[in-house]
Design a protein around this ligand. Structure first.
Ligand code: ADP
Ligand code: MG
Length: 679
């Protein structure tokens, strides 16, 4: 039996040694080998000289018109140069450290040369050369990522053998209908083409096939998971008191916006139904998510359940604790549980949570990690979702809890990412700001304008307002960042003299010191708060009207937007000033975008286009799947199509009920059970 799951060593030409090297590249089976696609294709296409682009890698074909001359320099270094005639024009060819080539290159020979093109000097720095004319029909050269003793040449050879030995065992898994609808090649042909593309057109279609396949499988898996979550009716229907909830909303000093109302309705509907809510609530900074969260927590309490609100920092936990305590005005017992709550006090709170004397607990991550036992936890709200990573639900489940979970984020997630990274969640969006908010004015300046910026801040301070100053950022080095903060703090203390209090805040300060500084800033005992990015999320000081950010181009747009959201929270006009001098066009474009829009969703889309999904959330926390061939941004339309198709397949239960979907079903089931095991 020849099965694709056979060990790769069954392929002709794969000995023990090579098998070991391949294993290091995660190629264990024949199937792995067949799916080890090139990461790029070098295209040797001969174009007219006039179309060659300066600094590009190009291929030209010409006749040698001068004997090559060889010069040596340094130790063992050499430079070989000769002239070739291309389209009746003399082009200089240069090769480094290939003295041996001198013998091979003779006057009147025709050569195909590939290398970097210098359009000003009409010169090519050769990286690859071949005697004779270019092979017109073999101009696409697959390039694999290889390691150790494995070379591109070896890999190609064994892949070729694998295809001839096992080719007929490559079976289709997509139903025929999709192939003909989208004009996709079948699996066997597509695999062959990926490794040995006869021309560009074939390659394009083979790639299209795998892009679609990857997206469809991914979407099917996500949507299956979502369906499973929905179907696990463990009976946590929270039958809240609609009248009381309504009265609670009416007690607010404002009316909910339409967007808040809509999101609330969706969430309450989930809470009431027996399936477990798994919902993402997105909304720009200040759009009123926390207000919605408070209502949901209250609704849970009226249903006789408990609620928990998790936030990323202690400062935030305290702020939320204060504002919710005020808002609830005694309608529920609320407790604060953070790392700073210790000893006897902590014991008392834990006891009260277990007895259900406490209805709502607000705290940091510790809330679910440590031995906190709830009597009947109905709703968990997680603020700034991406900061926690993606494993929250699992941790809760491990504690035997299956509450409704609402994730909130102020980082607007572009739709593109929302449907991929969070494909297993329902999404609500608050895309409207409460009325009467003033737009924040954003300016981008170079560092030589600093003096004027500081004068401007002085004016705002004279008007009784306050300012944040965010420090220069040094990548990956917490220590140096803190040094920067300290230096800046000294400078500004000097500059503003005695009538202004400057405060310093960074991540290494002990919690109680952080708290005391934040308190002083809130109470306007400190007018200028110099800080690393720890103030990024949630902090609310309405009297602060200036956000000055050093080295702004080092931050992601999403993060800059978060920082900017710290001002503009009161009635006064607010300002965001970005100091930066980015070198590249992309950097400049990003600064420009910041000055042009206050809309977080628009920013997010642009940032994503400029930097790609990896940078968007920061690599580690992204939770965004990696695809082998597909690219979420570039292949967005295929992604949309795959999502629609997956929805239809799940809705009509085709995996189970339609025979032509059985191969697909097997793969999905396999993958899902694998995920379970890894859980
Ligand atoms: P987010 O959590 O989305 O950043 P918050 O819920 O903290 O936003 O709301 C920001 C501010 O706006 C708070 O002071 C809040 O009281 C107020 N607010 C919330 N919703 C409204 C509304 N519909 N109308 C007016 N003000 C509102
Ligand atoms: Mg908030």
């Amino acid at each position: 039996m020849r099965l694709l799951s056979n060990a790769v060593s069954t392929v002709k030409g794969v000995g023990e040694k090579l098998a070991e090297d391949l294993a290091a590249m995660h190629i264990l089976t024949v199937d792995d080998l067949l799916h080890y696609f090139p990461y790029k294709y070098d295209v040797y296409e001969i174009k007219p000289l006039s179309e060659l682009i300066h600094d590009d890698k190009v291929t030209i074909e010409g006749r040698v018109v001068s004997e090559p001359s060889l010069t040596f320099y340094g130790r063992k270094k050499s430079r070989l140069s000769f002239t070739v005639e291309v389209e009746n024009i003399a082009v200089k060819a240069v090769m480094f450290n290939r003295a041996f080539a001198k013998k091979q290159i003779n006057k009147d020979d025709i050569f195909t040369l590939t290398g970097k093109w210098d359009a000003h000097r009409l010169q090519i720095t050769v990286s690859n050369y071949k005697k004779g004319e270019a092979e017109r029909d073999k101009t696409i050269n697959p390039v694999y990522s290889v390691r150790g003793n494995v070379t591109n040449f070896k890999l190609k050879k064994v892949i070729k053998n694998a295809i001839s030995q096992y080719g007929e065992h490559i079976h289709e898994m997509l139903p025929q209908g999709y192939l003909s609808n989208y004009k996709l090649p079948n699996r066997r042909n597509a695999i062959k083409t990926m490794h040995f593309p006869p021309d560009r057109i074939y390659l394009k279609h083979a790639r299209r096939r795998f892009i679609y396949e990857e997206f469809l499988l991914f979407q099917l898996k996500m949507q299956m998971l979502r369906k499973q979550i929905r179907e696990q009716t463990i009976g946590n229907a929270q039958l809240f008191d609609a009248e009381k909830t309504k009265a609670f909303i009416e007690s607010f000093p404002f009316r909910l916006t339409q967007a808040q109302h809509k999101a609330l309705t969706q969430i309450l509907h989930d809470m009431k139904s027996p399936y477990r809510m798994n919902r993402l609530l997105q909304g720009d900074v200040g759009s009123g998510k926390t207000a919605v969260a408070a209502i949901c927590l209250y609704a849970a309490v009226t249903a006789g359940k408990q609620g928990a609100l998790m936030v990323p920092t202690e400062i935030l936990a305290e702020q939320h604790f204060q504002s919710l305590t005020e808002l609830f005005g005694g309608k529920a017992n609320i407790a604060l549980l953070t790392g700073s709550v210790k000893g006897k006090r902590r014991k008392e709170i834990l006891q009260a949570v277990e007895n259900h004397d406490v209805h709502i607990v607000i705290g940091t991550h510790a809330l679910i990690q440590e031995d906190v036992y709830f009597d009947d936890l109905g709703t968990v709200i997680v603020d700034e979702q991406h900061r926690f990573g993606v494993n929250q639900r699992r941790e809760l489940r491990d504690k035997g809890l299956d509450p409704d979970v609402l994730f909130m984020t102020a980082t607007p997630i572009p739709r593109t990412l929302a449907i991929t990274a969070f494909g297993d969640m329902d999404v609500s969006v608050i895309d409207e700001m409460p009325a009467g908010r003033k737009e924040i004015d954003t300016y981008w300046v170079k560092e030589n304008m600093l003096e004027r910026v500081l004068q401007f801040i002085q004016k705002r301070l004279a008007n009784g307002e306050q300012a944040y100053v965010i420090c220069p950022l040094i990548e990956e080095s917490d220590k140096l960042d803190i040094q920067n903060a300290v230096d800046l703090y000294d400078q500004l203390t000097d500059y503003f003299q005695s009538n202004t209090n400057v405060g310093l805040m960074h991540g290494r300060l002990p919690a109680d010191e952080k708290e005391s500084i934040m308190k002083q800033f809130t109470e306007n005992d400190i007018q200028i708060l110099v800080s690393t990015t720890v103030v990024e999320v949630g902090v609310n000081v309405p009297n602060a009207t200036v956000m000055l950010i050093y080295d702004a181009d080092r931050f992601g747009l999403a993060q800059l937007h978060q920082l900017r959201g710290r001002v503009g929270r009161g009635d006064q006009q607010s300002y965001c000033i970005l100091i930066s001098d980015p070198k590249g066009e992309v950097g400049k474009e990003r600064m420009r975008i910041m000055t042009e829009t206050n809309n977080g969703f628009e920013l997010a889309e642009k940032d994503l286009q400029l930097r790609g999904p990896g940078d968007f959330f920061g690599k580690k926390q992204s939770g965004i799947p990696e695809f082998q061939v597909a690219d979420m941004i570039h292949d967005y339309r295929a992604l949309e199509q795959a999502r629609k198709d997956a929805e239809e397949i799940i809705a009509l239960n085709l995996l189970e009920e339609d025979e032509t979907y059985h191969s697909l079903q097997k793969i999905i089931e396999n993958d899902l059970s694998l995920t379970e095991k890894l859980d």
